[in-house]
Ligand binder design. Structure first.
Ligand code: SF4
Length: 384
């Protein structure tokens, strides 16, 4: 089944660490953008033929998709249903920032068909939220979760970030505990990455903020995962944990070599061995759609080695790992025959494990891979 990704590039303010494809909210541009997205989806439906291909997830990512009005979400979901055979029980996720919602708005999203909310919380400590230039407070984040429950959401995910400027291990765990106390069905835990040209880098230099030593970052990751284990959350991917049955159906498609179509500026698609992406600029995207042009650029057929590399890179992000028999059936390559000699030392080091056809990263391996995943797997497989 296909996953459908819809990119909404608008934010109320730009966070100092962000390197996503986003820009400041502009009401007039947003209105044109929603029309452009709908026409792109309609066009994909016409290209796919009568009945449409089956899809079982829709994911509104951003940016801040919760800045859209509920009726705009209704129209985009309706376009998806016109163009594709969207399952009745499809998982429909909306990323939301706590300051952009209230109970009425959340009820509107629920009525629009959204089944899952993913809140960008990042921290439950005020000084950390301020250092990240986030607009919400910890109390607003808590209130947003309560409002979402009141609006009928039974599937809520919270994003947290660790290794923040000045953050100590115990402070990070305060945020983890605060998140657990809200009993979300799913959580994503990321390491902050300070990009070379991020305003946060200047803020840190000016204010003399620093990040804790690497060993503390490792302790943050491992201790949080142990704490989440103890509270009934299953880690299923390097950065993601879920209650049983609540893994992100959409994101799993990225990690299990699935197929998805992306709509909106900068969105990526992978289908039948072909990969493409849309033009990144919001203005350019809208202009192309308004002139009945295609937003797609860089359309290319994946080479068999690229496809294999992706299946391994992404599959090993999952705690289930990869099934080498399935890889051989899909890609015609005996991974162990090709790479086994190199991989043996990672087995010895306790980074990888292998049982029968299954190959997976241990938690120690996930820790290593968390921040330098491509690098780690280039090491494992000699792949680029
Ligand atoms: S809200 Fe998210 S997408 Fe928007 S600027 Fe902040 S981090 Fe980036």
């Amino acid at each position: 089944m296909l996953g459908l990704y819809v990119h909404i590039p608008f934010c109320s303010a730009i966070c100092n660490y962000c390197n996503f494809n986003r820009g400041l909210f502009d009401a007039a541009l947003k209105t044109r953008y929603v029309e452009a997205i709908i026409s792109e989806i309609d066009r994909a439906g016409r290209a796919g033929g009568a009945g449409g291909d089956a899809a079982d997830t829709i994911y509104f990512g951003g940016g801040t998709p919760s800045l859209l009005e509920p009726d705009e979400i209704v129209r985009i979901i309706a376009a998806c249903r016109r163009a594709f055979d969207v399952a009745a029980d499809a998982e429909i996720t909306l990323e939301a920032n706590p300051e952009s919602v209230d109970e009425a708005r959340l009820a509107g999203f629920r009525a629009a068909g959204v089944t899952r909310l993913s809140f960008g919380v990042q921290s439950f400590r005020e000084p950390e939220l301020r250092r990240l230039s986030r607009l919400h407070t910890a109390d607003r984040a808590r209130a947003a979760v309560f409002e979402a429950r009141a609006a009928g959401f039974e599937n809520i995910s919270l994003d947290l970030m660790m290794w923040l400027p000045e953050q100590q291990v115990a402070e990070w765990l305060e945020s983890v505990d605060a998140a657990i106390a809200l009993a979300p069905e799913h959580m994503s835990l990321y390491l902050l990455e300070v990009y070379p040209n991020a305003p946060l880098k200047d803020d840190m230099a000016r204010a003399r903020w620093s990040q804790a030593p690497d060993d503390d970052a490792a302790a943050m990751y491992l201790t949080a995962m142990e704490r989440l284990d103890a509270h009934g959350y299953e880690q299923y991917e390097i950065s993601n944990v879920a209650r049983p049955g609540r893994r992100s159906r959409h994101n799993i498609k990225y990690w299990q070599d699935g197929e998805w179509l992306g709509f909106g500026c900068g969105a990526h698609s992978t289908r039948r061995g072909v990969r493409w992406k849309n033009v990144a600029s919001t203005d350019e995207y809208v202009r192309r759609l308004e002139q009945s042009g295609s937003p797609a650029i860089d359309r290319r057929l994946l080479s068999s080695d690229e496809h294999l590399g992706d299946a391994l890179f992404t599959g090993l992000r999952l705690t289930d790992g990869v099934n080498l028999d399935a890889i051989r059936a899909a890609h015609g390559v005996d991974v162990w025959a090709r790479y086994g000699a190199d991989l043996e030392r990672f087995l010895q080091a306790g980074i990888l494990r292998r049982e029968g056809p299954r190959l997976w990263l241990t938690r120690q391996g996930m820790l290593l891979a968390h921040d330098h995943f491509r690098l780690a797997l280039e090491l494992f497989f000699g792949l680029e």
